[in-house]
Structures are given as structure tokens and as C-alpha cells.
Design a protein around this ligand. Structure first.
Ligand code: NAP
Length: 529
């Protein structure tokens, strides 16, 4: 498949006439390949009109048709073969094994959502049958199901060019819910975006769906992305990226005449808490695992362990020495974009020059856009007094905060902003300490994990990749796993509808065979479950 630099407006290739930009080779920082044309307001309007037009037909496609669509996208992505892998490597600097793994994850996500759609559980069908004889008043017949919310705008992340991008989790969840999707391609991987966009457009055609189900826009600046969020036909936004970007789009969405939800995954420093028993028993081993997690993918994970918290003492200092030694031997890796590299270097320099911060170790220098790891330490008092020390450094850098005692540790945790993850390292002697911390950790993070690190996010039914602000803009949801579909659904009640007019999921003969909550009890296949 050739990369053309064209937009995909409802599947049709259109040359954007609003400026242009080229992909940047992550290793050299040089532009390469064909130029991508930026969408005009007219292109945006055409994509939104097509999505709006497609919505009612697409949301009422059968569950099977929608599941097959998701699977066909996965099949078409695999059929792109090595062209996709090599283009993605050039644009992101990520190694082949990582991109191949991410492709498998992307296709796996699409398959997971196909199974979610087939099960029909997301419809949450509920039936409160009429009780005409109830006294003092009869009860009406009331039925409820979830429907799709409307066309969704998706802004993918730079650091997951496949799994959180054009056909990533947000897109898969929105398609599964029955929503048309308009993607604003990330400027860091436009060729990858076009290839995946073509795979989706082909699936739309192969499955005989309305063409407006999918559009892909390139933006030569930021105005088209912002206008997309402001468009009255867009009913929800999925975003993964920086805090500044997420907040800018959130403000636009909330200031519309008709405000709409923005599900933004933004900023998290993912505290790692080292409890006394674990530190005394295995400081060295934890330090090795910590450095592996910290430097994975040049530290460019939203779950990167950017903060280490522990009570100060010999065991913590042993951890620091072991982590410093391990970090010094990790080769620097290329960052996703020169801009992200520059932001990382600035963050490291800010801490290096900070009067209250000690540099414990730095990794070996590498190529021009490579990021050497960095490990710093500070006191709990300095951390508490200076908000700048809590800012995310996107890359392989972390800050150890030495606390005077467990009381100081707890106060510090309570003072933190919301997080995607928090990891606790413990042994059997630490169970009481964790029991005391758990209520606070639950209030701070979307995922609490023990004796591990947050990098590596399982795509399943019980995963929460979310958390209180600023980890996300809506703490009630997740962007990874099957629950992600809930962001793009809306409940509707039907009162006293004639049975011939009821949606199939709500009919008493249950032709879809989906689970129905009848008078409060879930019934599947005629039996209560
Ligand atoms: P980003 O700069 O926020 O970009 C994300 C997307 O939003 C891009 O398409 C970007 O457009 C667009 N965008 C950003 N600001 C905008 C604005 N004011 N108006 C309109 N569009 C805007 O983030 P990134 O480059 O992908 O990633 C780097 C940062 O994201 C890191 O700081 C990292 O912490 C965070 N991150 C968080 C998570 C998470 O799950 N919490 C995951 C990955 C990354 P362009 O294409 O023009 O840049």
C-alpha cells in the first residue's frame, strides 16, 4: 500500500490543502518521505457530516456485524505486513520487537472488543415489567438499554503509535459501542497513521458499512484538532497525551453550547512505595527490577515509575546504590520525537540544578536524540514544599523521596495528585503497613499493584488504566480493557413501548439471547445468573 499523505474523509483519499508537514526520522531528526496535507475546515465539516449521517445506521448494525468489522480491521492491519513495522520504526525510533508486540496488542484489543460486542453485556438490558395490579398505584413497563453516544473524536498518543493511536483502544471501544470515529492523526507518526487508516477504511468497505463510520484527518497546526472537538456533531472525545493538550481540549469541549465528555489520559508519575520489610530483605533485587521498568522504551510509558517513596535508612540507601549502579550500565535509547527529547533534557537539567535535589546516577550518553536514564533523591520536606518536584518527566528519570518515618510517608502519599498506578513492594512483615495505606492508595490511583511495576498494562476485563485527575479527566473510567466501551455509551429508558417497537435486546422473547436484568435479577438463556 502506498503512503500518499492524503486525508481519509469517509474512506475517500483527499489531499489536504491547509499547509503540510512531513514525518520526522526519530534517529536523525530529519524530515523524510511524502508531505502530508493538513485538513481544511471544509474537510473537517465533510468528515463530521458523514459521521453524523452514518451514526444511526451504524449504531443499529447487528452485534455480529460490528464484531466482524472489528476483526476485519485487525486482519487488515496484519496484512500491512512489514511495511507498517518499518514505517513505524522510522517514525518513532522504537525497536522492531516493540512495534511487533504493539501490533499484536492492537489486534488483540480489537478481538477483545469483538467478543465484548458479541456477548451483548454492554447493552446492560434491564426490564422492570408492568405491574397493573400493584397498589396503591400500578407500575408502568420500563425497559432500559445502552446506546452509542454519537460520533467520537480520537487523539492518539505519540508513545503508542499503534495500540493508542488510529486503531487503538479508544477507536476500538468507540466502534464497539456503535460510534463513528474521526481520528486526528498524531503528527509524530503520520505514515503509520495513514497505513492503519487505510486498513480501517478497507474494513468499512468490506463490511458494507456506511462510509462515514471512519475518517482520518491530518492537522498542520492545532486548529483543526480544536475545531473537531468544538464541532456540534462530535459527542465525545478520547485523548491520550500531555496534561496541557488534554486540558486544552477539555476546555473547548466544556465551553461548547452543548458540552461533551472528554476522556483524557494525561499525566502520572506512578509512585513506587518501598516498605521496610521488603527493603531490608531484597533492596538489590527491587533496584534491578526498578531500573528495568524505568528505562523500558526510553521511559516513554505513562506508567513509568517516576517517583520512589520510602522511609530513610540503611536499606533505602542500599536500594539507591544498587539502582544507581544498574542505571549507569543501561544504554540510552532514542526518544519518540526531538520535541519529547528536548522536554526530557530540560526536566533533567531542572532537577540537576535544584538546590534540594541530589543526582544519584545518570545513564550512559548515546545518540543525538537518545535519553540517558537519571535518578535523583530529595527529602520529604523539600518535596512537600516544592510542587515543581512533582511534575512528570516523560522519559527514564525518577526521584527518590526519603521520608523521616511512616507518618511522613503517609502524609506525602496523601499530598500526591491522582495517579494511573501505584506500586507497593512488601514482604510478609509489611502486610499491616499496606493495610493501613490501602484506603489512601485507593483514593489516589486507578491501579494498585504489589511487588511489580506499572509498566505492562494487561488488556482484559478487570484492568483500570485510569485514575483521579490529572491521571485522567474522568476518574470513573478506563482507557484500557473491555470497560473502556462504557465511555461511549448512553442509557435510554423505554416506558410502555408496544412490544413490536421495542429494540431487540429489550424484547421479552430475547431474540438476541443477551443477558437481561429482569426485575433486578440477571437472566441469561432463560436462567437466572
Ligand atoms: P500531546 O502533545 O498532548 O499530543 C497528543 C495529541 O493531541 C496530538 O495529536 C497533538 O497534536 C494533540 N494536541 C496536543 N495539544 C493540543 C492542543 N492544545 N490543541 C489541539 N491539539 C492538541 O502528547 P504526546 O506528544 O502524545 O505525548 C507526550 C506527553 O503525553 C507526555 O508528557 C506524557 O506524559 C503524556 N502521555 C500520557 C499518557 C497517559 O496515558 N496518561 C500516555 C502517553 C503519553 P500534534 O499531533 O499536533 O502534536
Amino acid at each position: 500500500m502506498s503512503i500518499t499523505g492524503q486525508l481519509l474523509i469517509g474512506g475517500a483519499g483527499v489531499r489536504g490543502q491547509n499547509g503540510e508537514f512531513r514525518a520526522i526520522d526519530a534517529q536523525s531528526g530529519e524530515p523524510f518521505g511524502i508531505a502530508f496535507g493538513g485538513a481544511t475546515r471544509e474537510d473537517l465539516d465533510a468528515a463530521c457530516a458523514l459521521a453524523d449521517d452514518a451514526f444511526d445506521r451504524y449504531r443499529e448494525t447487528t452485534l455480529e456485524a460490528r464484531a466482524v468489522f472489528l476483526e476485519t480491521i485487525g486482519h487488515n492491519i496484519m496484512a500491512l505486513g512489514d511495511q507498517l513495522i518499518s514505517r513505524c520504526m522510522a517514525e518513532t525510533g522504537l525497536p522492531r520487537a516493540r512495534i511487533e508486540g504493539e501490533r499484536a496488542r492492537t489486534v488483540g484489543q480489537l478481538a477483545l472488543f469483538a467478543s465484548v460486542v458479541r456477548s451483548g453485556d454492554f447493552l446492560d438490558a434491564r426490564i422492570d415489567p408492568a405491574l397493573p395490579g400493584r397498589t396503591p398505584l400500578p407500575r408502568v413497563d420500563l425497559r432500559m438499554r445502552n446506546i452509542a453516544i454519537g460520533p467520537v473524536a480520537v487523539f492518539g498518543a505519540s508513545n503508542f503509535p499503534l495500540a493508542f493511536s488510529v486503531a487503538g483502544g479508544d477507536t476500538a471501544a468507540a466502534f464497539a459501542a456503535g460510534c463513528p470515529v474521526i481520528v486526528k492523526a498524531h503528527s509524530a507518526h503520520p505514515g503509520t497513521s495513514e497505513l492503519v487508516g487505510l486498513a480501517i477504511a478497507q474494513a468499512v468497505r468490506e463490511c458494507g458499512l456506511p462510509q462515514g463510520v471512519f475518517s482520518l484527518l491530518f492537522d498542520s497546526g492545532r486548529s483543526i484538532g480544536q475545531a473537531l472537538v468544538a464541532d456540534r456533531r462530535v459527542k465525545a472525545v478520547g485523548f491520550t497525551g500531555s496534561r496541557a493538550g488534554g486540558m486544552a481540549l477539555l476546555k473547548i469541549a466544556h465551553n461548547r453550547p452543548e458540552p461533551v465528555p472528554v476522556y483524557a489520559e494525561m499525566s502520572s508519575i506512578n509512585p513506587v512505595i518501598l516498605l521496610a520489610g521488603a527493603l531490608a530483605e531484597r533492596a538489590d533485587a527491587i533496584a534491578q527490577q526498578f531500573v528495568t521498568s524505568l528505562t523500558l522504551g526510553a521511559g516513554q510509558f505513562c506508567t513509568n515509575p517516576g517517583l520512589v517513596l520510602a522511609v530513610d535508612g540503611d536499606a533505602l540507601r542500599a536500594f539507591e546504590r544498587a539502582a544507581a549502579a544498574a542505571l549507569a550500565s543501561v544504554p540510552a535509547a532514542t526518544m519518540l520525537t526531538p520535541g519529547i527529547h528536548a522536554a526530557y533534557r530540560a526536566g533533567v537539567e531542572r532537577l540537576r540544578g535544584h538546590v534540594d535535589v541530589e543526582l544519584l546516577a545518570e545513564g550512559a550518553a548515546g545518540g543525538r536524540y537518545d535519553a540517558p536514564g537519571a535518578l535523583f533523591a530529595t527529602s520529604a520536606d523539600a518535596f512537600a514544599a516544592q510542587p515543581a518536584l512533582r511534575e512528570e518527566m516523560f522519559g527514564p528519570a525518577s526521584l527518590v523521596v526519603r521520608c523521616a518515618d511512616t507518618g511522613a510517608l503517609l502524609r506525602l502519599i496523601k499530598s500526591l495528585e491522582g495517579q494511573l498506578t501505584t506500586a507497593v513492594h512488601l514482604n510478609d512483615a509489611d502486610h499491616d503497613a499496606l493495610r493501613a495505606l490501602l484506603p489512601t492508595l485507593e483514593n489516589k490511583a486507578g491501579r494498585i499493584l504489589v511487588n511489580g511495576f506499572g509498566t505492562g498494562v494487561e488488556v482484559g476485563h478487570a484492568m483500570i488504566h485510569g485514575g483521579p485527575f490529572p491521571a485522567t479527566s474522568d476518574t470513573r473510567t478506563t482507557s484500557v480493557g473491555s470497560r473502556a466501551i462504557e465511555r461511549f455509551l448512553r442509557p435510554v429508558s423505554y416506558q410502555d413501548l408496544p412490544s413490536t417497537l421495542l429494540p431487540a435486546a429489550l424484547r421479552s422473547d430475547n431474540p438476541l439471547g443477551v443477558a437481561q436484568r429482569i426485575d433486578g435479577r440477571v437472566v441469561r438463556g432463560g436462567a437466572a445468573v
